[in-house]
Design a protein around this ligand. Structure first.
Ligand SMILES: [Fe+2]
Length: 263
């Protein structure tokens, strides 16, 4: 398995606080059967502590040097969780080595938790035209996507990919995120499932529990989510075809609607 989204890089955001904790997270991931992780610190969001993006280069160099002698054998690759900004395209062009996954074309795009910006479809077209491919991080946690998965469907049809947090599938982020996560899988709108690990307490780097949470999904598809598609992304290749999105389910009953409003 490959973990495409995790806050392993120490001391830069609300993820691993220091070197020891980052090491513990990597060892835990390794024990869980993860063979490669992409460390994706928050960039441009209030969760990041490194305000100057160039400062990240120093953090990476120090961590990579320390990792070389640590005995950790899983692959650790560079990435970022890039918060939406209006000048994102020029920032991506100037800092590909820091903002994209493994210095390639794909990058994790984070939206605010409450909404998807207007004109996002046009923005995605622009980004694609410039040679970058956005992967919308934990789309199931976005309130607008929870209200209407069709919003995400439009972005995926435009060419964006969708990453789901494994923890959302078991309810780590509440009822609405869990319902939405399963709905997005059903609607064939998911490309990657990753841990979005932050620590060794509540948000640990684990993926091995995912198949048990999706008994209705075949192992072939789950392998794509956890390995095949992330591997193609890291290699900067086209991703395997998962087929067309299907129409999201409507709310199943008045009771479901009521529960959605309460969560
Ligand atoms: Fe994250």
């Amino acid at each position: 398995m490959i973990d495409l989204h995790g806050h392993y890089l120490p001391g830069v955001d609300d993820g691993a606080a220091d070197w020891e904790r980052s090491l513990a997270m990597l060892r835990h991931a390794e024990n869980d059967g993860i063979s490669a992780v992409v460390a994706t610190p928050h960039v441009f969001s209030r969760m990041g502590t490194v305000r100057e993006i160039d400062a990240l280069r120093g953090c990476w160099a120090k961590w990579e040097a320390a990792l070389a002698g640590s005995g950790v054998s899983l692959r650790v690759l560079r990435g970022a969780e890039v918060f939406f900004t209006t000048d994102l395209i020029s920032l991506l062009k100037d800092n590909r080595d820091l903002l994209t996954i493994n210095n390639g074309s794909y990058f994790l795009l984070e939206y605010p938790p409450d909404y998807i910006y207007a004109h996002s479809r046009e923005f995605i077209y622009q980004v694609l035209t410039e040679g970058f491919i956005p992967i919308i991080s934990h789309a199931e946690r976005n309130a607008e996507v929870q209200r209407s998965p069709a919003v995400l469907r439009e972005l995926v049809k435009a060419g964006a990919l969708c990453q789901l947090n494994a923890g959302s599938l078991r309810g780590d982020f509440g009822h609405a995120a869990r319902e939405c996560a399963h709905e997005l899988v059903h609607a064939n709108l998911v490309h990657v499932i990753a841990s979005d690990a932050h620590d060794m307490e509540g948000r640990r780097p684990e993926l091995s529990y995912v198949p048990a949470l999706l008994p209705q999904v075949g192992m072939e598809k789950i392998d794509l989510y956890l390995d095949g598609i992330p591997a193609a992304i890291i290699a900067d290749e086209g991703i395997p075809d998962i087929g067309e999105p299907v129409q999201p389910r409507a709310a199943r009953s008045i009771f479901d609607l009521f529960r959605k409003h309460r969560s």
